[in-house]
Design a protein around this ligand. Structure first.
Ligand code: NAI
Length: 320
């Protein structure tokens, strides 16, 4: 038998670890030798109420199995207190798993500021506050591992979840930048879009589907990404659930190039509209913005764009 991936002597902070995916992470890391901070506010999946029970139950599960864990009941909005719990109890923090989350599903038409604000507070501000408090420790010790949690809703949109979608896609940009800033200090940051049975998904998926989507099956990816042996897979986006693990990336069409002068009219663009969305020829997988200076130089070498005339756009004749 091979050796296990271990986390002995390391401290792992898991937010929202009182249930669902967070609980699965906490139990796993404790079983592999880590000191675990089990953070959970203990409220409903809509972000109402609170209590110690959720976090305490998971801490008891860990300690009665011989593992090391402490509870923290603060909201992730007070991330500094959560990191402080790690430092006080274990003297360090090595891994931060930003996992806490809630839902406030409602159509955009009916959305209230409160539905929007609460989602932003927990997902966006929460992940920020925890990472911000952990960062100085990571830099000082030249070691840190971060997982942020996005969602398919953020990547693709989801009816009735525009607040949640906006908050979840924010985690992609957040992670990509942290990965760039952290690399020099061996701080590795990745973002996952998980799918798993939890109280969050219990209301929207049938039981037979939920049975096939155990939270435990998201754990191996997270385990690999935050292990000390991973010092290069960073700033990546993963989709994970039900035994499937995949990576997502951006794709850029070659695009249209138009001479940038007075002849660059909406009509001139419409003439080249097919090129804008053509991924079949010379598409690329960029990790940074297009080289606009170079493209502009190429564009200036083109002849003036053809004069305005009638062109078809989406089956209709568009006037220039
Ligand atoms: P869950 O509801 O079982 O777990 C979330 C935990 O976060 C709960 O225990 C809750 O008490 C805690 N929490 C909520 N607000 C908090 C706050 N302000 N401070 C501290 N703790 C707080 O849900 P699940 O499914 O385990 O979700 C975990 C993460 O994965 C969330 O970020 C969720 O948005 C994300 N996710 C889950 C998917 C799924 O299929 N289960 C799909 C896509 C994303």
């Amino acid at each position: 038998a091979g050796e296990q991936l271990r986390y002995d002597g390391q401290t792992v902070v898991v937010t929202g670890a009182g249930g669902g995916l967070g609980r699965a992470y906490a139990l796993f890391f404790a079983s592999r030798g880590a000191n675990v901070v089990v953070n959970d506010l203990g409220g409903s999946f809509k972000g109402e109420g609170g209590g110690n029970k959720a976090a305490d139950t998971v801490v008891n599960e860990i300690t009665s199995a011989g593992g090391k864990a402490v509870a923290n009941y603060d909201s992730v909005e007070n991330g500094d207190k959560i990191i402080e719990t790690a430092i006080k109890a274990f003297g360090r923090i090595d891994v931060l798993i930003n996992n806490a989350g809630i839902l406030r599903d409602i159509s955009f038409k009916n959305m209230k500021d409160q539905d929007w604000d609460l989602i932003m507070k927990v997902h966006v501000e929460g992940a920020y506050k925890c990472a911000r408090a952990a960062w100085p420790h990571f830099r000082k010790q030249k070691y840190g591992r971060v997982i942020n949690t996005a969602s398919a809703a953020g990547l693709f949109g989801s009816f009735g979840q525009c607040n949640y979608s906006a908050a979840k896609l924010s985690q992609v940009g957040f992670t990509e930048t942290l990965a760039k800033e952290g690399l020099k200090y061996n701080i590795i940051c990745n973002v996952i879009a998980p799918i798993a049975a939890s109280r969050m998904t219990a209301t929207v998926m049938p039981p037979e589907v939920l049975d096939a989507l155990k939270p435990e099956w998201v754990v191996p990816l997270v385990a690999v990404l935050v292990h000390k042996s991973n010092d290069s897979e960073t700033g990546s986006i993963f989709e994970v659930g039900g035994g499937h693990v995949a990576k997502l990336r951006w794709e850029r069409s070659k695009g249209a190039l138009l001479r940038a002068d007075d002849s660059f009219t909406p009509g001139a663009l419409l003439k080249k509209w097919d090129d804008v969305g053509n991924f079949a020829a010379d598409a690329s997988y960029p990790t940074g913005p297009a080289n606009f200076l170079e493209l502009l130089e190429d564009a200036q070498k083109l002849p003036p764009n053809p004069p305005a005339e009638k062109v078809e756009f989406q089956g209709k004749v568009a006037l220039i």
